[in-house]
Write a protein that binds this ligand. Sequence first.
Ligand code: PLP
Length: 423
Amino acid sequence: MSVENQKELIKRLQALEELYWRNPNRVGAEECLNTIGYDLKDMEDASMRLQRFAPYLQEVFPETKERGGLIESPLRLLNQQELVKEGIFNLKQGHFYLKMDSHLPISGSIKARGGIYEVLCQAEKVAVEHGFQTDENYRVLANEDYREIFSGYRISVGSTGNLGLSIGIMGAALGFQVEVHMSQDAKEWKKQELRRRGVSVIEYAGDYSLAVSQAREIAIQDPKNHFVDDENSRTLFLGYSVAALRLKEQLEEMAVMVDDDHPLHVYLPCGVGGGPGGIAFGLKLLYGNSVHCYFAEPVQAPCMLLGMATGLHEEISVQDIGLTGITIADGLAVGRSSGFISRAMDGLLDGCYTVKDETLLRLLYQLHQTDNIDLEPSALAGLYGPTMNSDGNGTHIAWATGGGMVPEEIMKDYIQEGKYLVK
Ligand SMILES: *Cc1c(COP(=O)(O)O)cnc(C)c1O
């Protein structure tokens, strides 16, 4: 990107404009997939690990029984006619689906993929050190003797909320000591939910980056503390990527074709980048250039767009260009992207776009009306994809990243706020 174009782009970001940035560095998937350091086999290994844990998950979280102990969400065809009336979609663009990670079992957000996967990896590792064999039935890990073993270890994480919830719920269920370091954006109800489960919650007056760095610092001093590093974790990344294998099955079941003549467009709300990055990576592995992936960020926190467009990756923050990083979309309230993800996406991602908080709330209300689906504000960023990518046609999927655990009263308020914003 030329310097003039970069300057122009930064001006528009500073003006808090909703904009679409096409990634000029994108190359063919086959050219860059082998530079990331992971391949199909790694993704399949992660998938098999989750499969091994299925009997345990069924036992401890009965809500996973329906899918045989897999943590998976529905893919739903949206009420397209109504969305057209609302100006959210155009039938000429093809079909519009919602991937409802908002309704994932256990913790009701996309973090139930990567976050829970990393906790399970840690549990497996500790169990094996204590004589567990990976060909045993994982249900035994729910037994008191294993809980006793796990209670000698700690898992910690820095989070704006949802990652903390996922790690906390899963870690506490296994018996680990869990410590969640929360940024100022974290919602009160998320902290309460964790404390109720015996998780220790440490609050910071600063943002997400601060909570993560503090948590990392404390963890280093304790060899029995596993730190889930949202900015750098390869384990989280692979856990998220498994979503691609599952989505492919769902699309096949629903007879949705994906090839060069029937492209797939996937809109992923992005915070630090791990969740959307892992999923985009998995999808590119499976569909190559037939899938197009886009990240969606709040106008006050476009950290991935900024890092990729300037080529500075994690070396620039949204605060550096005068933005606040403050947004109602707490899951996306991140000022500095993961350098690992930003670089991995450099040749792979199709583009990024930004969304105003008002738009998120308006979409929240509209989706409530058209499809009776309630999402948290962050999760609506994907629904704006077809508006920002109006040239694309084929199958569009908005990734609904969270909402399942939002208390009813708080959801009602969001819906009311959104209602006032509909013209
Ligand atoms: C965390 C989160 C995201 C983004 O995931 P990152 O890995 O931070 O990019 C999107 N939506 C919701 C609701 C989240 O909690």
